[in-house]
Write a protein that binds this ligand. Sequence first.
Ligand SMILES: [Zn+2]
Length: 425
Amino acid sequence: MKYCTRCAYPENHPLGIVFDDEGVCSGCRVHEEKDEIDWLEKEKEFVQILKPYKKRSGSYYDCIIPVTGNGDSYFVVDMIKNKFGLNPLLVTYNPQFNTKVGIRNLARLIKELDCDHLLNTVGPKTAKRVSKIMLKKLGDIYWHVLAGSQTFPVQVAVKFNIPLIIWGVHGWLDQVGMFSHYDQVEMTKKVRKEHGLRRIDAEMLIGEDPDLSAKDLQAFTYPSNIEIENVKLRGLYLGNYVRWDAQKQIEDIIAKYGYESAPQERTFNTYETIYCAANAGVHDFTKYLKYGFGKATDHVCRDIRLNRMSREKGIALINKYDHKIPQSLSTLLNWLDITKEQFYNSIDPFRDLNIWGKDSNGTWELKDSIINHVDDPGIEDVRLPVNDPRNYIETELLEPHLFNDDFILMGRSYMDEFNFKAIEG
Ligand SMILES: [Zn+2]
């Protein structure tokens, strides 16, 4: 397997990655643009783009901002509301794998930034049915979250006639350099389906489960082109207009709004994805089972590019985290009502055989790993200085954070309420 000589991404990255003559990946090259772009100019451009949306007649809201309990949501809302002066409507698709700290951070976001908020929670049975089908079809338990969170904001835009959605960073641009910052790519139906949803749309689920009707799938069904055109909807990424640096942004949010950080099982980053037990948990573990790398690799690559970590330190962290079986796997198996064998059997057909093989006992093993590429030729030629080393802050948590906690649908879990009553009575 070929690995980037600067970061730690392998050539089998599922979003697609290319290497140049120096062995540097497209993600690293696009990241370099962050230091070339005149961000003040970009910001001015953004102000002009936002102008017609501000205080439109006949509408209370200027734009929609999709949010989770994640730190980057605070950053986007803070910028759009307090810096650029728009009145946003916040919307959230409920991932149903919520953690206590995530629920608190989302409530804190709504309270501190003082915005109206809509939450879409699909019937839990539907979420489970969809997840079961997608586990078999794609080896993916997380499709309902990806589809729901990319669909709900657009449905709300159409329903309330709000012509602007503002997303955070474009994840595929940031990770693998699928697009350049200069492309100023916007959110479209095509991009959503091809890259966000693994080319599977809601209609393709009909008939897969007799208990799952087209009506059940409305939360994942994108509005029609005509509906979108009628609203003249645009989906902008703030990361194209503001220099994106999630770690620094969330450190500011911790100081400004008291955002809680929390340790995670499968990565050293205590800021991101902590709102959802499955995101860096089982969802990311399945990525490892398919492609041989996980969330810790994503976080290492970013920190290397931001001059915060050496490649060597990053590789040591990847070695520590990427292969870890999450404790939340048992919670997920319970939630889906499947056995461990069924889970692994569903993932196996999707393993990339360029990186996975079976040993003489029939056990899956990695054929290669970044560990074997510490001294690849050319590394010194493209090495970035580590001139801004930072550790991830662990804030005090208002409640203990356990990795095998039950998923919380909303508010507090049943178990908490039960214990609360037990203490009272
Ligand atoms: Zn790279």
